[in-house]
Design a protein around this ligand. Structure first.
Ligand code: F42
Length: 151
């Protein structure tokens, strides 16, 4: 279900600017992390406390149409707040990877499945490995699978 409601931009200026520029250009601009040349996606979740719409760019880790959502937050000791939004409502999720946002559902991975996707994530964005080294926190990895409209 397409998420709708009051959008509250990130309090982090470079993040909210990246979302605005990405969406305004249909993903043709602001689609990499700063000057790394590594591609980002824009994830939309629903605030689990406020019910508002939240948008968070993430590194693009995609395989056969599924995406890893890596709750790294730069290796900070705390999980990103969007992680709690997805725990509360895994299907209140949209991912924009190009011109349009699509509906996805997320589930947190563990064990071998997480290890496989963690390797894919580090291959796409090597700093993830450094972030995990930098914190006692086990960085969660969620897998987003597209919800296809009933035929
Ligand atoms: N963050 C990652 O974790 N992984 C990435 O791969 C990643 C890549 C990336 C690339 C480009 C870019 O511009 C940013 C990138 N980020 C990446 C940063 C990411 O977009 C987020 O900014 C970051 O992960 C932090 O997420 P956050 O949800 O903790 O953001 C905070 C700053 C925030 O927006 N806080 C809001 C506020 O007003 O303080 C509230 C957000 C929220 O969802 N509130 C919920 C609500 O109900 O409204 C309650 C949440 C709760 O705590 O229960």
């Amino acid at each position: 279900m397409a998420l709708s409601g009051r959008y509250i931009p990130s309090p982090t200026e470079w993040v909210r600017d990246q979302v605005a520029d990405y969406e305004a250009s249909g993903g043709r601009e602001a689609n990499t992390l700063l000057d790394t040349g590594l591609t980002v996606i824009v994830m939309t979740t629903k605030g689990n406390k406020t019910g508002t719409i939240r948008k968070s760019p993430l590194m693009r880790v995609e395989f056969e149409g599924e995406y890893a959502l890596v709750a790294s937050k730069g290796g900070s000791p705390q999980h990103p707040e969007w992680y709690y939004n997805l725990l509360a409502d895994p299907s209140a999720l949209m991912i924009q990877d190009g011109p349009e946002a699509k509906d996805f559902v997320a589930r947190e991975l563990s064990g071998d499945e997480k290890a496989l996707w963690w390797d894919r994530a580090v291959a796409a964005y090597p700093p993830y490995a450094e972030y995990q080294e930098a914190t006692e926190r086990v960085i969660p990895l969620l897998l987003a699978t597209e919800i296809l409209a009933a035929g």
